[in-house]
Structure formats: C-alpha cells, structure tokens
Design a protein around this ligand. Structure first.
Ligand code: GDP
Ligand code: GDP
Length: 454
C-alpha cells in the first residue's frame, strides 16, 4: 500500500503550490473530486523511487468559529486517512490564532506531523521559523514552495526516512511472494497464478455493493464478516470454479438481508489502495448516468497504476433499445482511447452478465501474468521488424536486437537495440500493439521499454 501524506494548514499558506511542486516530479495524475470530498485533491509522487500519495486539503478557515467544523469536515478526514501530515504555516505571517487552533487539533490525533514554514524566500531562515516552535509541534522545516527551496531537504530529512520504513515492509511482502514480479517464472507458477485479487471500484451509487453481494451470493465465500474502516477496503477470500479470489470491496458490503447496514461508502484513498493492491479491477459505471468526471478520475488512477481492468456498465436492465444505443455511443466516444479493456453490460441487481464478467477478469489476469520467454519475445520483435522496418534516424537505421520480459502484471517487455532512444512514439506504439496481438494479451496494458546497446 502506498503511504499517504496530507497537506494541512489555513488557506493561502501555499499548500497547492507545494502539492504542485511535489506532484510535478512525475506525470502526475491529479484528480479533483468536486462535491465528493470537497476541495480535496489527490496526486501521486515518485521521489527517487519513493512513491506516495499526496492529498491537498482545501484549507482551514480559522477566522471564525468555523474552524472546528471545517477541520472536522475535510481536513480531519484527510488527516485520518493519512500516514503523515505536513502542517503548513506562512513564515511571512508568523504563527496566527488559526495556526494554534490547527496545531491543537493535530496534536490530539496520533499521527506523525511535520511542521513546514513556507514562503521563507527573502527572509532570514532562522528568524522566519523561530516563531513557530511555540506551536508545540517540534522541528520546523523552512521551505519556499514557489521556488522549490527547502523542498528536497523536507523530503530527505522528514519524509524519506519515515516512508522508507514502510517501503521496506512492502518490499518484505514483495519478496515473500506477494507480488508476481518477484517470483521466478518457473517457481510455483501454477499455484500462484490461480489467486486473483479483484477490486470492485467506481463512484458512489453505481452498484458496487449490489455487484459484490451478487457475486458473494453466488460463490463460495470463505470468510465474510470483516469490519471496514474509513480507509481500508474489505478483503473477502472466495472461490470460483478452480480459482481462488480475494475480492477487494471498496463499497463496504451490506450484510445479507440488512439493507441499512452499510459500512463506509466512498473514499478516494481506499479506491487508490484497492487499485494498487489488486491484480485486476472491475470498474463499475452506471448506464443511467453516463460517464462523469469522477468516473474518468478513477479510470485515470487505474491507467496510472497499469492495472488490468474490465469495465462493467451496470443497470443495463429495463433500458429501451434507443437508450442502450445512445449509451454505447457515449462510451465509445469517451472511452474509445482505452483499447485493452473489455466492456460488459450487466445488471448487478438481476445478475445478468455477471458470469461473463468473470471470463474477462480471468482473461485479463492470465494476460497480465503470462510468462513469455526471451526466445519468443525476440521472435515476435523480429517479425514486427520485418513487417515494418524501424525508421532511419540521422541516416542510420534503428536496430532492435533482442527482447525479454522485464516484469508481469502489467507485462513489461524490454527491447535492446541501437539508437533506440531515437525511435518515434508511433513505432513504439506499433511494437506494443504487435506484441499485444501476437501474444493475445487482453484486459491488461502492455508496456515496452527500450535500452540502448553498443
Ligand atoms: P493554499 O491556499 O494553501 O493552497 O495556498 P496557495 O498554494 O494557493 O498559495 C497562496 C499564495 O501564496 C499564492 O499567491 C502563492 O503564489 C503564494 N506562495 C506560495 N508559496 C510561496 C512561496 O514559497 N513564497 C512566496 N513568496 N509566495 C508563495
Ligand atoms: P454503490 O454505492 O456503488 O455500492 O451502489 P449500490 O450497490 O449501493 O447501488 C446504488 C443503487 O443502485 C441501489 O439503489 C441499487 O439497488 C441500485 N442498483 C444497483 N445495481 C443495479 C442494477 O443492476 N439495476 C438497477 N436498476 N439498479 C441497480
């Protein structure tokens, strides 16, 4: 699971500026969830291999009574979901009453907090931060988010040591065989390849709980009653045919027969973690509501994670043919760019289409985890080269020499050759599609990486 870092502080201290600076380090996927999470923004950061999720809160308006409320409504929730809190203050303004109020709240929750004094540009750093020790948080990290100053030290001194610890734990799990990438291709493959971690994700009310209940009603559930927390999804082991599954439920299943007993409904962090943890995700959409920005944000998270995916267009029951055609056209227009995921039209309520969904889930999983040896990959690469030669660059032809697998889930194919850095994107896409077709990989993205050789 990726660690979560929340940015907290009153408005205008520079939270968004820091957020942008942190997420800019990579093609950040930033999602706004208007209405849902009120001003909270999520992005992913990759700092020298250390990955975490950063959450920007809207800011706490401390000028009036509202602080308790605002704090409770958004920032407290963000703090609650976070592993680490960066508490931002404005070095130019000094410690304000609102800062003190926030500090009081933060000190009460049991979280690791770093106090960050922003806008120290043009100020004497020592004087600038001296004022903030009175907040009782401890060490003060001076930065100028707008200019990037101090941000690296903040990362290196505060975040990296802390988050590395967590990464080490994940690595231990990884090495224990949790992640397929760590497994030797020949080793115990059959056994591991049976186990599918399947996350059911989507915005509220699309029918995730109904689908989960439908699946659980039909399959053999090994463990069922597990408590859900705000942040963590529920993991439900089950068996379907000869395959073992862990269903990752982000909706919070209703106990059978008790409609009112709904555990936590929607959390972006929960969704992100579920995607991260899964081998395959079912993205549930609502045929009656079409595709919203929230759907696209969630979709973006899946694409960013390189996860295998099946799309379930739910509530397909009782629609007339005209509406169905219209929905299909909209899907085509807005999701046409996703060429790897199968689309299913289902009714979680009545169960139609749910069985077929699993065929695609298994196909996606098998595609994502399929072992392909160097000889075959190189052969396919050569066929692609023969069908369509790499272009000439500066009078020399790019030469592709051999290909091997660099990882699974999603499949990564590493191609070695000369001048590969000059390959145009169109040719890279051509190769990727060639591998996809030749190996019949469906339901999973396929990544191709290029390495230069002499
Ligand atoms: P937020 O409301 O906490 O998200 O604050 P913003 O990131 O929107 O920043 C508020 C204002 O402070 C903007 O006008 C920024 O340009 C400015 N600002 C942010 N960081 C710095 C900084 O390091 N130095 C200075 N001088 N101004 C900054
Ligand atoms: P979640 O928030 O994504 O877990 O959504 P729920 O499973 O709670 O469903 C939201 C609403 O949509 C409920 O009233 C369900 O009864 C309804 N619903 C779910 N699936 C279907 C379906 O396939 N067809 C129809 N007509 N309604 C559905």
């Amino acid at each position: 699971m990726l660690p979560v870092v929340a940015l907290v502080g009153r408005p205008n201290v520079g939270k968004s500026t820091l957020f942008n600076r942190l997420t800019r380090t990579r093609d950040a996927l930033v999602a706004d969830f208007p209405g849902l999470t009120r001003d909270r923004k999520y992005g992913s950061v990759d700092y020298e291999g250390l990955e975490f999720i950063v959450v920007d809160t809207g800011g706490i308006d401390g000028s009036e009574e509202g602080i308790e409320l605002e704090m409770a409504e958004q920032s407290l929730k963000a703090i609650d979901e976070a592993d680490v809190v960066l508490f931002l203050v404005d070095a130019r303004a000094g410690a304000t009453v609102a800062d003190e109020a926030i500090a009081n709240h933060i000190r009460r929750v049991n979280k690791t907090v770093f106090l960050v004094a922003n806008k120290t540009d043009g100020l004497d750093a020592d004087t600038a931060i001296a004022d903030f020790y009175s907040l009782g948080i401890g060490e003060v990290y001076p930065i100028a988010a707008a200019h990037g100053r101090g941000v690296t030290s903040l990362l290196q001194q505060a975040l990296v040591p802390l988050l590395t610890e967590q990464q080490a734990q994940r690595l231990a799990a990884f090495e224990a065989g949790e992640d397929l990438k760590a497994i030797d291709p020949e080793d115990d493959q059959e056994q591991r390849d049976k186990h599918i971690k399947l996350a059911i994700i989507g915005r509220p009310n699309v029918g995730k709980s109904t689908l989960t209940n439908r699946i659980l009603g039909e399959e053999r559930v090994i463990v069922y009653d597990m408590p859900g927390t705000t942040r963590d999804a529920i993991y439900i082991p089950m068996q379907r045919g000869d395959r073992e599954y862990t269903l990752i439920d982000t909706a919070g299943v209703r106990r059978r027969g008790r409609i009112d007993d709904v555990v936590e409904k929607f959390s972006v962090i929960k969704t992100l973690q579920a995607i991260e943890d899964a081998n395959v995700v079912i993205l549930v959409l609502d045929a009656r509501l079409g595709i919203s920005e929230q759907d696209l944000s969630i979709l973006g998270f899946v694409l960013n994670a390189g996860r295998s995916m099946v799309i379930a267009v739910n509530k397909w029951d009782g629609l007339d043919d005209g509406v169905k055609d219209e929905v299909k056209r909209e899907l085509d227009r807005r999701l046409g760019f996703i060429d790897f995921a199968r689309l299913h039209f289902i009714s979680a309520l009545h169960g139609s289409g749910v069985g077929n969904l699993f065929e695609s889930v298994e196909e996606a999983f098998d595609s994502a985890t399929r072992r392909v040896n160097t000889a075959l990959l190189t052969k396919i690469m050569n066929m692609a080269q023969e069908d369509h030669q790499p272009p000439l660059v500066k009078g020399r032809r790019v030469k592709l020499k051999y290909a091997h697998a660099g990882g699974y889930n999603p499949p990564l194919i590493v191609i070695h050759g000369t001048q590969v850095e000059d390959l145009p994107d169109s040719y890279k896409r051509y190769l990727m599609n060639y591998f996809r077709k030749s190996l019949q990989l469906m339901g999973t993205p396929v990544r191709v990486e290029f390495r230069g050789t002499e």
